[in-house]
Design a binder for this molecule. Structure first.
Ligand code: ATP
Ligand code: MG
Length: 246
C-alpha cells in the first residue's frame, strides 16, 4: 500500500450531533490535499479526529499502521502533526523557544538535523529570524501563523495537518504561507489542509475534497474541481477571485 494516510468510514459525534458522517480520504506521499467547505461542515472535527484530539469511529491508517486507537503522542512520533485553527503558541515564550519546543515534542536532544531544520525554516521565514527573541504573543497574525507552521515543521512530520492557515490574514501573507506549504512536497512531506479560502486551496493542492454537512459532496484533482461549475458557483465567486489574486 503506497498511501501515506488514509481514513475510512470516519464519523465524529458530539452528543447527538453528528459532525462528520462516514468520510473516507487518502493522502499520497509527496502531495498536498485540501478540504474546503462552509462553516460548520465538519472540517476541523475531521482533522482533529485524524490527530486523535476528538473521539471518532472508523479507521485511520498511517504508513500501513492502524492508528485510530493511538494516543496523540504516538501519532506525533509516527509522523503526524497538527497546526490547529487557534494557533496555540506559547505566547509568553520567545519565537526561538517556541521553535525549540516543536522539536522537543519529537526528539529530546538537539541533534544536527534539528538545527538544520531550524536554519531551513528561518530561511523560509526571514521575518521569524529577525524576531527570534520576541515573545510569540506580540507577533502579528501572519507572523504567528508562520511560527505555528514552523514549530510544527520542527517535528519533521510526514503528514502536516493544517486547519485554516489563511484565517484572518491578508492576501499577500496567505500567498507567502501557501508558497511554503506547496514547497514542503519537495522535502518529502505531505500536507492535509482545511481551508475556507477555496481559491488558494485549489491553486495549491493536488487533490481536493469539498465537505458539506459532514460528508464529502465532491472530490477530485484540484485542477478539475476548479473548473466544476458547482464549485465555481458556490466557492469561487467573484469576490473570492479578487481576494485570492492580490
Ligand atoms: N466540541 C464540540 N461540541 C459540540 N459540538 C461541536 C464541537 N465541535 C464542533 N461541534 C459542532 O460540529 C459541527 C462541525 O464543526 P467543525 O468545527 O468541525 O466545522 P468546520 O467545518 O471546521 O467549521 P469552520 O469553517 O467554522 O471552522 C458544528 O455544527 C459544530 O457546532
Ligand atoms: Mg474549523
Amino acid at each position: 500500500m503506497s498511501e501515506l494516510l488514509s481514513v475510512t468510514d470516519l464519523s465524529v459525534s458530539y452528543g447527538k450531533i453528528e459532525a462528520v458522517t462516514g468520510v473516507a480520504l487518502v493522502v499520497q506521499p509527496g502531495s498536498v490535499v485540501s478540504i474546503v467547505g462552509p462553516n460548520g461542515a465538519g472540517k476541523s472535527s475531521l482533522l482533529n479526529a485524524v490527530m486523535g484530539s476528538v473521539p471518532s469511529k472508523g479507521a485511520v491508517s498511517l504508513l500501513g499502521n492502524r492508528i485510530e486507537d493511538w494516543p496523540i503522542e504516538d501519532r506525533v512520533e509516527h509522523g503526524l502533526c497538527l497546526v490547529p485553527e487557534r494557533r496555540e503558541l506559547f505566547s509568553n515564550l520567545s519565537v526561538a523557544d517556541n521553535l525549540d519546543l516543536g522539536a522537543f515534542r519529537y526528539r529530546q536532544s538537539k541533534d544536527a538535523e534539528t538545527s538544520r531544520t531550524r536554519d531551513w525554516l528561518l530561511t523560509l521565514f526571514p521575518r521569524l529570524k529577525e524576531r527570534l527573541a520576541q515573545k510569540a504573543g506580540t507577533l502579528s497574525g501572519g507572523e504567528q501563523q508562520m511560527l505555528a507552521l514552523s514549530r510544527a515543521l520542527m517535528a519533521r512530520p510526514k503528514v502536516l495537518l493544517l486547519d485554516e492557515p489563511s484565517l484572518g490574514l491578508a492576501p499577500l501573507i496567505v500567498r507567502e504561507i501557501f508558497k511554503v506549504i506547496v514547497s514542503l512536497r519537495e522535502h518529502g512531506m505531505s500536507v492535509l489542509v482545511v481551508e475556507q479560502n477555496a481559491r488558494i486551496a485549489l491553486q495549491s493542492s493536488d487533490y481536493c475534497y469539498v465537505m458539506e454537512g459532514g460528508r464529502f459532496a465532491l472530490q477530485g484533482p484540484a485542477g478539475e474541481l476548479a473548473e466544476d461549475p458547482r464549485v465555481v458557483a458556490t466557492y469561487l465567486g467573484a469576490s473570492k477571485v479578487n481576494q485570492g489574486d492580490k
